[in-house]
Design a protein around this ligand. Structure first.
Ligand code: T46
Length: 130
């Protein structure tokens, strides 16, 4: 069973001109990236996620603001990450129940290993624990 972990993405540039960070498959991202999406304008009071993936693995990057990501495995072990830095990614293995809370107009970039398929989602928490 894989564990979630943070990935430090190189920060290229300086204070004068700003920065570039790069995500590259099989270099700093440990899978082939098949889909990229981003989540934005989520009010603080909303909790997104509340599902797990059967196969898809992901790296999430907070491009702006702050995002609290709570991850739980089938053994009910919970780990929490606060992403607030665009040169940091969070690797999420499959079979992790996730909850996302956005603060300060948080923008979340997601790099996913798979095409979108509703079949890959477990949206029922009791089913997830089976
Ligand atoms: C995840 C977290 C971090 C699509 O049509 N195509 C897509 O590629 C995606 C990602 C979503 N959708 C549709 C499906 C729903 O009708 O957009 C709607 C919202 O999706 P969802 O409720 O799954 O959104 P989140 O923010 O709870 O979850 C998303 C990803 O779905 C999920 O894989 O890990 O972001």
């Amino acid at each position: 069973m894989q564990e979630p972990y943070l990935i430090e993405l190189q920060k290229i540039g300086d204070e004068e001109i700003g920065y570039i960070s790069v995500a590259q498959a099989f270099s700093n991202i440990p899978f082939q990236i098949k889909r990229v999406y981003w989540i934005y304008q989520t009010p603080d009071v909303v909790e997104r996620g509340n599902h797990a993936h059967k196969n898809a693995v992901q790296v999430l990057v907070c491009l702006k603001g702050k995002i609290k990501i709570t991850l739980e495995n089938k053994q009910r072990q919970v780990v929490e990450f606060m992403l607030d830095n665009p040169n940091q990614g969070l690797y999420i293995p499959n079979y992790y129940w996730r909850k996302l809370n956005f603060f300060e107009e948080g923008i979340c970039l997601s790099l996913s290993s798979s095409d979108y398929s509703e079949e890959d989602y477990i949206r029922d928490y009791q089913e997830f624990l089976l």
